[in-house]
Design a protein around this ligand. Structure first.
Ligand code: C2E
Ligand code: MG
Ligand code: MG
Ligand code: MG
Length: 283
């Protein structure tokens, strides 16, 4: 172990830290070729209306590493961002997800997440327009999800990008609302169609009165601004019933349906329409 350097810096570089670093380095290296090797795939999680009908699906990226197995996006997307790979991955997944959505009923929306690097990429709006054109998908079926962290800098350019997407007819959602800076000025200045309330606020909704007040206020705020509200991370019938009662527009979470492979969607929809129990009618 190394000596303390006297400035409060942690000084013991242990073997296990070395192992973690080596693993990260190994992952980073294999990330560079993952796209060519066809190791990425998408899962789709349903967005459900309080009437229990399915409104669409959100595409969620996964990486199937040949040795490690499936790696979640929170682990590899920051690496891909740091190594400048996310723009190419995002281009691939947008086309892939749009092609998949073309097999669904034509009123279903497709939500796609954009990382900061993807959103800030100057070719983004052209790429979106070209992809919709190529695939033959109506622009209003596509919802792009961004988080507030994307909007922290370059305010004027960001507004330009959002306005261009708006003119294209694409919908914009503010993802994970409530977890970042949550400056209300974002809501005042940017043209969002939907606010997605982060699962943090949904988790203990049934027991936490403060949490209920916050969620109720976010719903009122969004509706007052002419925006829709989606609740993320809905895991119980009680949460779903409460959100339905409070006028939340769409629900998403394991209670309504976990992320699934594209080829499982047909079965899911057949079951959802045959047994309303999969949706909210049960409550
Ligand atoms: P997100 O966009 O907020 O996605 C919701 C996350 O919550 C997903 O995790 C989903 O699997 C998980 N989730 C859904 N329902 C429940 C529930 O009832 N309970 C709990 N505890 N979790 C639930 P996932 O797939 O691991 O994605 C994590 C984050 O990674 C996403 O958060 C998003 O920010 C990012 N991400 C995922 N796919 C993509 C992508 O294609 N592109 C980009 N740029 N980011 C992505
Ligand atoms: Mg999302
Ligand atoms: Mg979210
Ligand atoms: Mg979230």
């Amino acid at each position: 172990a190394a000596k303390k350097d006297g400035r409060g810096r942690s000084s013991t570089f242990t073997r296990s830290m070395l192992v973690v670093l080596e693993q990260r380095e190994m992952l980073r290296r294999s990330l560079r070729t993952a796209l060519q090797e066809g190791q990425f795939f998408l899962e789709y999680q349903p967005l459900v209306k309080p009437s229990s009908s399915v409104a669409g699906f959100e595409a969620l990226l996964r990486w199937r590493h040949p040795l490690v197995g499936t790696i979640p996006p929170n682990v590899f997307i920051p690496m891909a961002e740091a190594d400048g790979l996310m723009s190419d991955i995002g281009r691939w997944l947008l086309e892939r997800a749009c092609r998949t959505a073309m097999d669904w009923p034509s009123h279903f929306t497709l939500a796609v997440n954009l990382s900061p690097a993807e959103f800030l990429h100057e070719g983004l709006t052209d790429r979106v327009a070209q992809t919709l054109d190529l695939v033959g998908m109506r622009a209003d079926r596509l919802e792009l999800e961004i988080t507030e962290s994307v909007l922290l800098e370059r305010t004027i350019n960001n507004l330009d990008t959002l306005n261009t997407l708006n003119v294209l007819g694409v919908q914009i959602s503010l993802d994970d609302f409530g977890t970042y800076y949550s400056s209300l000025s974002y809501l005042k200045n940017f043209p969002f169609d939907t606010i997605k309330i982060d699962q943090y606020f949904i988790k203990d909704l049934e027991r936490n009165e403060k949490g209920q007040t916050i969620v109720r206020s976010i719903i009122a705020l969004a509706h007052g601004l002419g925006m829709n509200v989606t609740a993320e991370g809905v895991e119980t019938a009680g949460q779903a019933a409460w959100l339905q009662k409070e006028g939340c527009d769409r629900l998403q979470g394991y209670f309504l349906g976990a992320p699934m492979a594209a080829d499982a969607i047909g079965d899911f929809l057949r079951k959802a329409s045959a047994t309303p129990a999969t949706g909210l009618q049960r409550i």
